[in-house]
Design a protein around this ligand. Sequence first.
Ligand SMILES: NC(=O)C1=CN([C@@H]2O[C@H](COP(=O)(O)OP(=O)(O)OC[C@H]3O[C@@H](n4cnc5c(N)ncnc54)[C@H](OP(=O)(O)O)[C@@H]3O)[C@@H](O)[C@H]2O)C=CC1
Ligand SMILES: O=C(CO)COP(=O)(O)O
Length: 335
Amino acid sequence: MLKHSKKIAVAGGGSWATANIKMLADNIIEKEIFWWMRNGDAAEYIRNYGHNPNYLSSVEIKIPAQNISTDLKTTIKAADFVLLNVPAAFLKEALQGVEPADLEGKYIVSAIKGIVPDENKIIAEFMHDTFRVPLQNILVISGPCHAEEVALEKLSYLTIASQNVELATEFAGMLNTRYIKTVVSDDIYGTEYGAVLKNVYAIASGICHGVGYGDNFQSVLISNAIRELERFVAVVHPIDRDIKESAYLGDLLVTAYSQFSRNRTFGNMIGKGYTVKSAQLEMNMIAEGYYAVNCLHQVNKQYQVEMPICEAVYAILYKKSSPVFEMQKLAEKLS
Ligand SMILES: NC(=O)C1=CN([C@@H]2O[C@H](COP(=O)(O)OP(=O)(O)OC[C@H]3O[C@@H](n4cnc5c(N)ncnc54)[C@H](OP(=O)(O)O)[C@@H]3O)[C@@H](O)[C@H]2O)C=CC1
Ligand SMILES: O=C(CO)COP(=O)(O)O
């Protein structure tokens, strides 16, 4: 029996938001789902036809038309759980006009895998510091799970992290379905930073492929990436964690190897000689790692962790350094 109310608002109109709506609606626990997106035409289309025209358009949307809105404050007001699913780079913009009082008493669930630019904070920290949301009311959804495979109902595992493990367990219960299994964790920092870093490593993986390295090199890159990830999270939030768990290693592997990965696709284009702008235009989807690597570069000035893969990606994307040169330099540092 759930102790908390079952009114959930999903904020964001992209692929992962659409997949989250599907998982929540397919789960058998009775609940009311509300959906906010910025795109009025898409909202109207979904109300009329029950499908998102722009992302995962095959997914049937099974929530009432009147629960789909372009007014975020109204959507938030209706719910007890607010699931944030706007790319981190645009979160501040999306939350403009929302006051700490609007979120008082609400549970905030971040399904975002990114860092808030300028603030250089993971989502839990940002929501806690800016909107005064108690950490006990914050949850993070992560895990090796692509929206496209949720749409196909392929068996997937999610990690629900919160310092409030009881709350995480309750929320996990609202996501479980025939094709979704959930794991609960109390490591919000490791889960968030792990997800942010794996996006950068997937870009590195794509760049390597783009410049012509093969599977042999990529496996070395990824085994170095998990060690780099472990070093960083151990300094930022030192607790006893097993980096081989799905939320860390699993998430890295799926993003670095999958045909569906936005970050890998973006990296591949960069490796093949596209500029950042042209790769972004061509993709029409968001590669969070592009924004994250800049934030990580700033954050790591404080921690000084040895992060050669992140630094190579940063130099390529933000200093216009040549992908071939940076990968040759990186290759000398890997083991
Ligand atoms: N896709 C996946 O499999 C997974 C994604 N995630 C995370 O979910 C989050 C959302 O990603 P995802 O759903 O994949 O994104 P998509 O690339 O599918 O969609 C992009 C989303 O970003 C919005 N957007 C683009 N530009 C802007 C802008 N300038 N201002 C505000 N909103 C903008 C789009 O809105 P519009 O349509 O109106 O342009 C759309 O909702 C990311 O943090 C990602 O890392 C996490 C796990 C899995
Ligand atoms: O986080 C994700 C899957 O776990 C989505 O990012 P990618 O599309 O780059 O894999």
